[in-house]
Design a protein around this ligand. Structure first.
Ligand SMILES: NC(=O)C1=CN([C@@H]2O[C@H](COP(=O)(O)OP(=O)(O)OC[C@H]3O[C@@H](n4cnc5c(N)ncnc54)[C@H](O)[C@@H]3O)[C@@H](O)[C@H]2O)[C@@H](O)CC1
Ligand SMILES: [K+]
Length: 507
């Protein structure tokens, strides 16, 4: 699903009005009715008193139309119009006329207004939508502050009032803190970013029938991977297949005291459809791996290297025609000799065109040099799976906000020619073509040690089965999140551990 910028959404709106054709006021009617469908399912009539706060533009117009539609359903309603300017939109004006025939509207035109909130209240925020042009001040700011202090649920229409849809707010800005945001057809970039989580709350998309041909033609930079889109990527297992059909994966992982990372990664790999898996790790890890995961084969690093992961055993003979994909990183440790092993494997994979997924300590090792020259060893189209701190390490710099983070992410993926899955809520998958795909699954219960190792194993399995790096990244990240969601359902977010994610992998 495409994430469009405000000007593109406006164009989609205008195109729909012209080509469907439909009057602007009727499109607003459709949007408001879509909101009402969501609202009446989630806030049942009789249980709530609804207070609707409307601005003077089309977002306010939506609020008035919503009030008119909720009234005959039996909702206990109060409608407030905040007169923060002399300018009103035509659609607002018409909807005010239509509503006032049914119920009276209260005007708020100065900052000394008082609204008393009760436990049963729910607020609908229709003050400002995508038309926001500057930070809130004066009357609007004071209304939003009072709504945020009310301690009752706030449902924002299209976007929380005061939040920019596709650029950063100032830290000091006053913005509605919504419980839910019900947005029209196209998700906004702001919803994807951690810095806006406290304003957006849970967000939902409702369809308002904007012209699909127009949306299809827009060249988007940002995408939101919906379950339906991602599930289409799954390749069915053919009847006459054998383990060779599904590839042989090599996982380079683990060190003394960190064999758990290798086990989690290996088990997740085997649970994600791979034909065969070889784990390459330290001699003292052999017994552990063979006992805990008998399905995997083990390739020891040369003995005498003590407990550090150091391998100088990579050559064409033992890699070419043997492995269809290589995963490297979880639990390796950081050390100049480990770095050299990683570089050697990277160079060999680049030469043999073997797809790679590179994670955790492999990334830390490759970030070791002051000038980051090891990064040039990473084969093109490799998948890198850093968490934010590891990504800062790769860049050797930080970012001032999430928008700058996205810019740096795109630049890195394009310049290095790699795929970067920047982990977090709505993991951002940056492709070498300059696009970013946000993931739609997952939960905060996954923010625990071992979750990342599981992801590496899953992506490795997909690469070995012949999924393209783009497919493996998008599908792997999604299925990882989905398994995490199922684990959270079964065990609870606080209580689930990375092994529970593995137990819930199913696709
Ligand atoms: N584009 C679409 O697809 C549709 C949009 N609709 C609604 O229309 C909204 C956009 O409406 P508008 O473009 O009228 O914009 P808004 O209703 O968001 O804002 C109204 C006007 O307020 C002024 N304003 C902006 N920031 C301000 C500030 N900080 N202080 C004071 N005044 C400020 C601007 O002049 C702006 O045009 C959407 O969010 C959505 O709710 C829906 O009705 C139907 C479909
Ligand atoms: K709003």
């Amino acid at each position: 699903m495409k994430i469009l910028f405000v000007n593109e959404i406006r164009e989609a709106d205008a195109y729909t009005i012209l080509h469907e054709p439909i009057d602007s006021i009727d499109l607003m009617e459709r949007a408001s009715s879509a909101f009402v469908s969501w609202f009446k399912e989630n806030y049942l009539v009789g249980n709530y008193k609804v207070k609707i706060f409307c601005g003077l533009g089309d977002n306010g117009g939506d609020g008035l139309a919503i009030a008119r539609m909720l009234h005959p359903l039996g909702y206990d309603l109060e409608v407030f119009v905040v007169k923060f300017s002399k300018k009103i939109s035509e659609n607002f004006d018409q909807n005010l006329y239509r509503l006032e025939k049914q119920i009276p509207v209260k005007i708020i035109d100065n900052e000394s207004f008082i609204v008393n909130f009760e436990k049963k209240d729910v607020i609908i925020d229709a003050l400002l939508g995508s038309g926001l042009s500057r930070s809130l001040e004066g009357l609007l700011k004071s209304v939003v502050e009072k709504l945020n202090e009310s301690e009752v649920p706030i449902i924002s229409v299209d976007i929380p009032s005061g939040l920019f849809a596709n650029k950063s707010n100032n830290l000091s800005d006053t913005i509605i803190k919504a419980t839910h945001t019900v947005s029209f057809q196209i998700p906004k970039l702001a919803f994807m970013l951690p810095q806006n989580a406290e304003f957006v709350g849970d967000w939902h998309i409702v369809d308002i029938g904007l012209n699909e041909d127009f949306i299809e033609k827009v060249t988007a930079k940002f995408f939101y991977s919906t379950p339906l889109e991602v599930e289409k990527l799954i390749k069915p297992r053919k009847k006459f297949s054998h383990k060779g059909t599904f590839g042989h994966a090599l996982l380079v992982s683990g060190s003394y005291g960190m064999m758990g990372a290798a086990i989690l990664s290996a088990r997740a790999c085997m649970r994600s459809g791979v034909g065969k898996l070889t784990v390459h790790s330290i001699p003292s890890g052999l017994a552990i791996m063979q006992m805990l995961l008998p399905e995997a084969m083990y390739w020891e690093t040369a003995s005498g290297e003590s407990d550090l992961f150091i391998s100088t055993q990579y050559n064409i003979e033992n890699i070419a025609n043997k492995f269809q994909a290589v995963g490297i990183g979880p639990g390796l440790g950081v050390n100049i000799k480990i770095k050299e092993s990683i570089e050697q494997l990277c160079e060999l994979c680049a030469e043999l065109s073997i797809p790679m997924v590179i994670d955790a300590d492999a990334l830390n090792n490759l970030s070791m040099d002051e000038n980051r020259e090891s990064l040039s060893k990473i084969p093109k189209n490799s998948i890198l799976t850093p968490h934010p701190k590891e990504f800062q390490n790769l860049l050797n710099k930080s970012w001032k906000d999430d928008y700058e983070k996205l810019e740096l992410l795109t630049q890195f993926a394009v310049n290095q020619g790699v795929i970067v899955c920047l982990k977090g809520a709505n993991t951002a998958i940056a492709l070498p073509d300059g696009t970013i795909h946000f993931n739609s699954s997952g939960n905060a219960g996954m923010a625990k040690a071992g979750s990342g190792d599981v992801l590496t194993g899953m992506i490795l399995a997909l690469l070995a089965q012949g999924y393209s790096p783009k497919e493996a990244a998008i599908l792997g990240v999604y299925q990882h999140g989905l398994a995490g969601d199922k684990a959270a359902q079964n065990r609870g977010m606080n209580n689930m551990i990375a092994s529970d994610i593995i137990e819930n992998i199913r696709f």
